[in-house]
Design a protein. Structure first.
Length: 465
């Protein structure tokens, strides 16, 4: 019997690339998709009941938050302030993404590059289009106050972009701390949040430090959920966590330590948002069996999938479009019921429908900017200096807008800074390094461990990007 001839070995690069391509794609967590869709829909609907421009007899234009002026609003916002839930979901998906990238040999700089590109490309397009459009409006004689009204509408989504980027860029560091001591890390972030709150009265600018500390702490709740089995802790324990966090929230607001209005507590954020995040994270885990069945329905999957692929574009554009529509209506004779009246409330569904109609062409033109900007297999990783410079360039206009407010000039400067950051970051290199083989008979390392591949997570989150 002749010895069978062995096939010639494949080149190392091709073999590694083939192994990576053969890796099973991570399953999407439909519950997390549904939670994000719910948060996005509630934010869009909520903003249609908040932005209310007022044209005064002297010709001046101001805006008022109609919803916040309602007496019944404060207890309702405890339930519908879903921004913490969005960061909890971002913590789950971000941790999973980082662990998979690291298991393939990726670095923190690659993670930062991917996160920055995914978020700032659609934002750069928004700022550039708004700057060009509003300058054209000024040249055609549109009242400067109407232009500033629309500029203000553009500035509101940017605080979220800054907060989300700050939290996501810290994921490699916070994940390392979480793998070593998850509860100690959570306690340390909570202590930083409380410390900032204690000194914000004497040093008001210090309050903005919680844009990092607070949202990183809420994101850390997502880390904890990502490593907890689906049915752990028990339902009774989760109900107790929801009740206890809300009781503590009622205590600190009832004693006057914090305001009861969660919109006031949102910017700059404070400890109340962390308590809400604890309650919402526990409620998400508690309701997972029910949400799993709902999310599995075909029409829900289609709807959530369509919205999820363009979620950042919807979030960034809906409020500027709402402000633009409101500003243009001020220049016409279209009936404008007084804010808070029955006619005004009945007009809200029409306003929401108008925003959806305006978003459709925007999504068609700019939605693709959210897609992962991959490159050829020969692309090189960007130098560390380029990634760090891009981070600084992005946060300069965002910080300026947070402290001094957004102006038309800053809108143009922000567009230029974001475009420069995109150029600095280039396109994402394709990873060619294969995942290390699992030792025969072994179970692999702990989640995210450096010595082996990522084992199946009890909460298989959506990988971004």
């Amino acid at each position: 019997m002749g010895v069978p001839q062995q096939p010639p070995p494949e080149p190392a690069g091709l073999a590694q690339a083939s192994e990576v391509q053969d890796l099973p794609a991570p399953e999407r967590d439909l519950v997390i998709d549904l939670a994000r869709f719910f948060c996005l829909a509630l934010v869009v609907v909520g903003h249609t009941t908040m932005v209310s421009p007022v044209l005064h007899p002297d010709g001046t234009v101001t805006t008022e938050n109609t919803l916040a002026r309602q007496d019944w609003f404060e207890p309702i916002i405890w339930i519908f302030m879903v921004m913490p839930l969005f960061f909890v979901a971002g913590g789950i998906t971000g941790l999973q993404s980082w662990r998979r990238l690291r298991a393939r040999g990726g670095t923190g700089l690659e993670f930062a590059q991917a996160r920055l590109l995914r978020l700032i490309r659609p934002a750069a397009a928004l700022l550039a289009v708004m700057f060009a459009g509003l300058w054209a409006a000024r040249l055609f004689g549109v009242e400067p106050q109407v232009v500033e009204l629309i500029v203000t509408g553009a500035g509101m989504p940017l605080w979220f972009l800054a907060a989300y980027l700050a939290a996501q860029l810290n994921i490699p560091l916070l994940a390392a701390l979480h793998d070593r001591a998850p509860w100690l890390t959570m306690a340390g972030l909570t202590a930083l949040v409380v410390a900032v709150d204690c000194f914000r009265g004497s040093l008001p600018p210090l309050a903005y430090a919680n844009i990092v500390f607070l949202w990183c702490a809420v994101q850390q709740l997502g880390f904890i959920l990502a490593d907890v089995p689906v049915r752990v802790p028990s339902a009774s324990t989760l109900v107790g966590i929801v009740i206890a966090s809300n009781l503590l929230l009622g205590l600190v607001t009832g004693l006057g330590l914090y305001r009861g209005n969660m919109l006031v507590n949102l910017n700059p954020p404070n400890f109340c948002l962390l308590l809400l995040g604890v309650a919402q994270a526990a409620a998400l885990q508690l309701s997972r069996p029910v949400l799993t069945g709902l999310a599995a329905a075909r029409w829900v999957r289609v709807l959530v999938g369509l919205a999820g692929r363009r979620a950042m574009t919807v979030y960034l554009w809906h409020l500027p479009l709402l402000a633009a529509m409101a500003g243009l209506l001020l220049l016409t004779g279209f009936p404008k019921p007084a804010a808070g009246t029955a006619g005004w409330w009945w007009s809200r569904p029409l306003v929401l429908f108008g925003i959806v109609v305006l978003l459709l062409p925007v999504l068609a033109v700019f939605g693709r900017l959210e897609e992962r900007p991959t490159a050829s297999a020969h692309s090189r990783r960007r130098p560390a200096a380029a990634v760090v410079t891009a981070v600084v360039v992005v946060f300069i206009p965002v910080a300026d807008a947070a402290f001094n407010g957004l102006t038309l000039g800053l809108l143009g400067g922000g567009a230029a800074c974001f475009a420069l950051a995109v150029l600095l970051l280039g396109r994402l290199p394709v990873r060619e390094r294969a995942m290390p083989a699992r030792p025969e008979g072994g179970t692999g390392d702990a989640p995210g461990g450096a010595g082996g591949p990522l084992p199946p997570s009890p909460l298989s989150a959506n990988v971004e990007p």
